[in-house]
Design a protein around this ligand. Structure first.
Ligand SMILES: CC(C)(COP(=O)(O)OP(=O)(O)OC[C@H]1O[C@@H](n2cnc3c(N)ncnc32)[C@H](O)[C@@H]1OP(=O)(O)O)[C@@H](O)C(=O)NCCC(=O)NCCS
Length: 150
């Protein structure tokens, strides 16, 4: 598995991955209505449109996108691993790449609004849980977490 920079031709695969992961992995943490509203926005066109403001990376395995993560300023955005490849170390590799990118840009503290599901993952990587939050567009519960980079 390798990590490389996002390309626009990845957008359709990322949209499929996102939908599959939310429907299978995150489904117990949110209402059906919130998930429906959220996934309506998950299109290849929207992923391409947000590329300019997000430094995004993909994990590639056998020429398929199996993970995605991005960073905007000092915040981790859109970290998703394919539903069929959970707990294979892909998220950790993406996170390491994001942290390297942050350090390159002199970010001192990296922030994330974690999904409820991902809290143990970020904790494992030394992120501290600060407080609960609500994602404004769809009312999804999240947890503000942060890590001071060395
Ligand atoms: C959170 C997520 C990105 C983690 O990716 P991953 O590739 O499965 O994570 P890794 O395999 O690198 O996990 C590394 C370690 O984190 C911890 N961890 C990861 N997921 C965990 C879970 N569900 N419960 C408890 N610990 C977990 C474990 O210590 C794990 O090591 P181990 O498997 O040897 O025990 C992935 O589960 C995911 O896509 N979740 C759904 C989408 C989501 O909520 N994204 C976050 C948005 S902020």
């Amino acid at each position: 598995m390798r990590i490389r920079k996002y390309r626009d031709e990845d957008a359709a695969a990322i949209a499929r991955l996102h939908r599959g992961t939310v429907l299978h992995v995150n489904k117990n943490d949110y209402s059906k209505r919130a998930i429906r509203a959220w996934l309506k926005r998950t299109t290849a066109a929207n992923i391409r449109a947000s590329a300019a403001k997000r430094n995004r990376f993909v994990a590639i395995q056998q020429e398929k996108v199996v993970g995605v993560a991005g960073i905007t300023d000092n915040e981790i955005r859109g970290m998703y691993v394919h539903k069929d490849h959970q707990r294979e170390g892909i998220g950790s590799k993406l996170l390491k790449r994001i942290e390297q990118e942050a350090q390159k840009n002199s970010v001192k503290t990296l922030h994330v609004k974690s999904s409820p599901y991902a809290v143990p993952f970020y904790k494992k990587h030394s992120y501290k849980k600060l407080k609960t939050c609500t994602e404004p567009r769809f009312g999804l519960t999240c947890f503000k977490m942060q890590k001071r980079l060395k």
